[in-house]
Design a protein around this ligand. Structure first.
Ligand SMILES: Nc1ncnc2c1ncn2[C@@H]1O[C@H](COP(=O)(O)OP(=O)(O)O)[C@@H](O)[C@H]1O
Ligand SMILES: [Mg+2]
Length: 257
């Protein structure tokens, strides 16, 4: 941690209680994007949120990242309520999604530096971390290229570095590999695993069954905003005769529909 202000008050931990979000949509009326979702995730664990497009993953994660206010329920991240202490929550998390936008006119290095400064880090610490992370993600070649000149995979790397620069104890990844080639995806998957191994509490959303099998210690299956199951990946697999996450998932979703 870089300064006492950024230190977590308790070990990385996420506790979600009856979290709900209803959107009022002009055409569709009330959309219950997230309905009464509860789960816990611990330090040193990857908790996967598995669901098809439109299931409610992004809405749930945006609430946890304090970018959306819940309609009902609450969540605590490192002991801080998303309703009552959103700033404290933000200091303790890194949130990454494919929709994360970058400023095209800044270079990769400038972009990351800027976010480090926003997080209250000192310049020396920022530069040390940039060096470390740009090496880890093999980014030195394009460190000084403008973001609008970068490929999708390169941009995604900048987004990741930007979110983890302040070394937060809780990481929230919303479909971080969407649209990426196999090599870039693999770098990101390895990094998510490293976060877990460093003792971070990692939330990871995906619609890709193999990512759950490879990565997640526990899984919440989300469908139509509701959590259909929340259990160890092994338990989820054992629900199907074939022992695959996909068969277990499909059976569960069909039963719920
Ligand atoms: N701002 C919004 N206004 C209205 N409906 C929304 C809004 N954001 C998301 N939704 C709806 O909420 C549901 C869940 O969406 P989302 O959380 O993006 O799902 P996922 O990330 O799992 O694909 C969808 O039906 C989506 O259309
Ligand atoms: Mg989404």
């Amino acid at each position: 941690m870089n300064s006492p202000a950024l230190a977590p008050v308790c070990p990385a931990h996420v506790s979600v209680k009856n979290l709900s979000k209803t959107f009022k949509d002009r055409k569709r009326g009330e959309v219950k994007a997230v309905s009464d979702v509860s789960f816990e995730a611990q330090s040193g664990e990857i908790f996967g949120l598995l669901g098809v497009n439109g299931a409610g993953k992004t809405t749930a994660m945006r609430m946890l990242a304090t970018m959306l206010y819940p309609s009902a329920g609450d969540a605590e991240l490192c002991g801080h309520s998303i309703r009552k202490a959103p700033e404290q929550v933000r200091r303790n998390i890194g949130f990454m999604s494919t929709a994360t936008s970058l400023y095209g006119r800044l270079t990769a290095r400038e972009m990351v530096r800027y976010f480090g400064q926003l997080n209250g880090m000192d310049k020396k610490k920022i530069d040390t971390r940039i060096d470390e992370l740009f090496t880890l993600f093999d980014m030195h070649d394009f460190a000084d290229a403008r973001c609008d000149k970068l490929s999708t995979g390169m941009k995604q790397k900048v987004s990741i570095v930007r979110t983890v620069l302040h070394d937060p104890p809780v990481m929230i990844f919303d479909e971080p590999t969407a649209g990426l080639d196999v090599l870039t995806s693999r770098t990101i998957i390895d990094f998510v695993r490293d976060c877990r191994d460093q003792g971070k509490c990692v939330l990871f959303s995906t619609h890709i069954m193999q990512e759950v099998e490879k990565l997640c210690d526990r899984v919440g299956v989300i469908h139509d905003g509701r959590l259909l199951a929340c259990e160890d990946t092994a338990t989820l697999k054992a629900r199907s005769a074939s022992g695959s996450v996909e068969d277990a998932f499909v059976a569960m979703v069909e039963e719920a529909s």
